[in-house]
Design a protein around this ligand. Structure first.
Ligand SMILES: Cc1cc2nc3c(=O)[nH]c(=O)nc-3n(C[C@H](O)[C@H](O)[C@H](O)COP(=O)(O)OP(=O)(O)OC[C@H]3O[C@@H](n4cnc5c(N)ncnc54)[C@H](O)[C@@H]3O)c2cc1C
Ligand code: FES
Ligand code: FES
Length: 468
């Protein structure tokens, strides 16, 4: 029996754990405020909030209910648009949207309002920029974004005096959210003590579901699956002897809030902003990105440039595998069916390591890459001592550019060496023309992104020299 709280109501259900939360709220609870748009995580019409106890604190995140199995709600608080309504009028978030003319047909509006409620409940700084960032996964096709932007600014203004340790008290006492939110922490503590469903052996693994539910929506609803998203043993980010270990089910949002990751990669927030949207980053796991084996998976390309290893387990035995050896061909992995990723390990960059990630997509935000690439390198006496370079979108698998790496090892950083390295790179890639660009475009683009790595990392050496 799966247990969670939906708005104010306790839910006990034996419906299939793979059913999406969207179908559950609309068709089984008749809460039709949550809309069905794309069913692919792209539009945000189905946005819900998911509250969970972490270290005894209640944290809310926005998620797209169209990609979330109800299994991933066990022991949590699910909030739909109905759950933030007041019986006697609009809440201030809804009022701001109405006052600013931020809604026309209204189809997208519940999603925007739920995302903005997530902003009010979040721990991020209360700034206008963060209010806008909270709706980066919501699309409106008819109103125009300026009025939505004004409404978001008003909401940021409403909450600017909140104290993060008393967010819920602030929001309920100011009648921004209904009073029942104050009871949720206690209620979840009780729920946490109850038995959650046990995983079944030898079944499909589901992380955040953001790939699986896009690709196999109907099948996932009824298939027996092994739900890894909330497996606490797979949720840690640790550092020992400079080796960083990331548990398989760590999400992009958890990477973003990790002091270890932010220390190793000071530009991580800029990189992560190029990956999907707030609700998807709250769901997408690192192992899901690796095993999905998309040739343009952003974190796969990121980790290849760190020469990362994965720890595979079949539940009894474990083995370590360099990530670059996992990919044998298009979606063909050196992984047995019964094996799962337990963790990912790599040497955390220190002050002597240069790391950079570049991604070009048709749209800057909420888009997958046409081409992406990452590099990490170390110098000795101005000579490249070690280098790892990866690229996505230029072959059937995420690529570790072994020949280019070999060429660059032992070289110094000059315009000539970089141009020659790019010619070597062209001999080892095999892009195809598709919706994301012609093969000629991708070939040229990767060359430009490799130049971008070096300009970004060594502006002094290369200033005004490189290169169009
Ligand atoms: C709107 C949208 C935007 C997106 N934008 C981007 C983007 O910008 N960049 C990008 O790289 N990706 C993007 N994605 C793809 C996706 O979000 C990522 O690939 C994500 O990391 C997948 O993780 P998940 O946990 O959701 O995977 P799931 O869908 O749960 O699983 C994906 C695969 O991994 C397997 N799996 C999961 N965990 C394990 C494990 N521990 N061991 C073995 N196998 C496992 C599953 O069986 C499945 O085969 C986007 C997706 C959506 C819907
Ligand atoms: S229906 Fe479009 S994101 Fe879920
Ligand atoms: S109001 Fe119509 S889609 Fe946004």
């Amino acid at each position: 029996m799966l247990q969670f709280i939906l708005n104010e109501q306790n839910i006990d259900t034996d419906l299939p754990s793979g059913m999406t939360m969207l179908d559950f709220v609309r068709y089984h609870q008749h809460l039709t405020g949550t809309k069905i748009g794309c069913r692919e995580g792209d539009c945000g019409a189905c946005t819900i909030l998911v509250g969970e106890l972490i270290n005894n604190e209640l944290h809310y995140q926005s998620m797209t209910s169209c990609l979330m199995p109800i299994a991933n709600a066990a022991g949590k608080h699910i909030v739909t648009i109905e759950g933030i309504n007041f019986p006697d009028g609009l809440n201030p978030i809804q009022q701001a949207m109405a006052d600013e003319g931020a809604t026309q047909c209204g189809f997208c509006t519940p999603g925007f309002i739920v995302s903005l409620a997530g902003f009010c409940l979040g721990n991020q700084a209360v700034t206008k920029e963060n209010a806008i960032a909270a709706v980066d996964g919501n699309i409106c096709r008819c109103t125009g974004y300026k009025s939505i932007e004004r409404a978001a600014y008003k909401i940021a203004d409403l909450t600017k005096t909140k104290n993060n340790s008393q967010t819920i008290d602030f929001l309920t006492s100011n009648k921004i959210l209904p009073a029942y939110f104050s009871t949720i922490k206690n209620r979840l503590e009780k729920l946490q003590n109850e038995t959650l469903p046990l995983p079944e052996a030898n079944t499909k693994i589901v992380g955040g579901g953001t790939d699986l539910y896009v690709q196999q929506h109907d099948k996932m609803t009824t298939s027996a699956s092994h739900y890894f998203f909330d497996n606490k043993a797979l949720k840690n980010i640790t550092i020992a002897d400079n080796i960083c270990t990331i548990g398989a089910s760590v999400t992009v949002a958890e990477l973003l809030s990790s002091p270890i990751i932010n220390k190793g990669f000071p530009s991580f927030p800029q990189y992560a902003k190029l990956v999907s949207s707030t609700p998807i980053r709250n769901m997408a796991t690192i192992a899901g990105n690796i095993v999905n084996a998309s040739p343009i998976g952003d974190f796969t390309v990121f980790l290849l440039a760190l020469n990362a290893k994965i720890v595979l387990s079949d539940g009894v035995q474990k083995r370590n595998l360099p990530l670059q050896k996992l990919y044998k061909g298009y979606k063909d992995l050196d992984k047995k069916t019964e094996e799962f990723i337990e963790a990912i390990e790599f040497v955390l960059p220190d002050e002597n390591t240069y790391f950079n990630f570049e991604k070009i997509s048709k749209r800057t935000h909420l888009d997958i890459a046409s081409v992406n690439t990452a590099v990490s390198l170390q110098l000795k006496n101005e000579i490249i001592e070690t280098i790892h370079l990866s690229a996505g979108g230029v072959g059937p698998i995420p690529m570790y550019l072994a020949k280019t790496i070999k060429f660059l090892e032992g070289k110094n950083i000059t315009e000539k060496n970089i141009s020659e390295a790019i010619e070597v790179m062209w001999t080892e890639i095999s892009p195809i023309s598709d919706a994301r660009g012609t093969k000629e475009y991708k070939t040229l683009l990767l060359g430009q992104l490799i130049k971008a790595h070096f300009i970004q990392l060594f502006p002094q050496q290369l200033a005004n020299k490189i290169i169009v």
